[in-house]
Design a protein around this ligand. Structure first.
Ligand code: HEC
Length: 129
């Protein structure tokens, strides 16, 4: 009997931990339209559209899914399913040189929850959803 009760207790504990650690978005897919584009709109588009200084320097246009996936003049910044090597995630996490931490020129960078959304969206396959 004990043997059957103990694993159930552990499962329940693990579940409640998951619910506390990942509220709301636990099982849901991150949406490009609802979650990701609004971040670009608020923090990135000023510079990453034609005429902006990030666009001029890197060629990265964040106005559409298509232009995001095209990347910079040097190549893609998103590798679907691989947030660790995706440059998009690296520059907001500050895993690259400080001079190219994004959003450019804002000390402290993006809020953690926004970075997490970007990271998860890439990890989930960077879908046009
Ligand atoms: C104030 C202007 C500005 C803002 C705001 C800005 N960027 Fe940039 N971004 C730049 C500039 C300038 C470069 C080129 C940096 C360089 O090469 O030295 C750049 C380059 C990049 C690159 C390419 C890095 C590389 O070397 O391949 C990515 C990816 C990027 N930005 C993403 C973002 C994201 C995501 C945001 C919003 C969270 C953002 N940027 C906000 C100015 C900006």
């Amino acid at each position: 009997m004990k043997n059957r009760i103990l694993p159930a207790g552990i499962t329940a504990m693990a579940l409640s931990f998951l619910l506390i650690a990942f509220p709301a978005k636990a099982a849901e897919d991150i949406s490009y339209k609802k979650d990701i584009f609004p971040i670009f709109n608020d923090y990135c588009l000023n510079c990453h559209k034609p005429g902006g200084k990030g666009y001029k320097k890197s060629g990265l246009d964040l106005r559409t899914y298509k232009s995001l996936m095209k990347g910079t003049k040097f190549g893609a910044v998103v590798k679907p399913g691989d947030s660790y090597t995706s440059i998009l995630v690296q520059v907001v996490e500050g895993r690259v040189h400080a001079s190219i931490r994004m959003p450019y020129g804002i000390s402290g960078g993006l809020a953690k929850d926004k970075i997490e959304l970007l990271r998860k969206w890439v990890q989930q396959g960077a879908k046009d959803n």
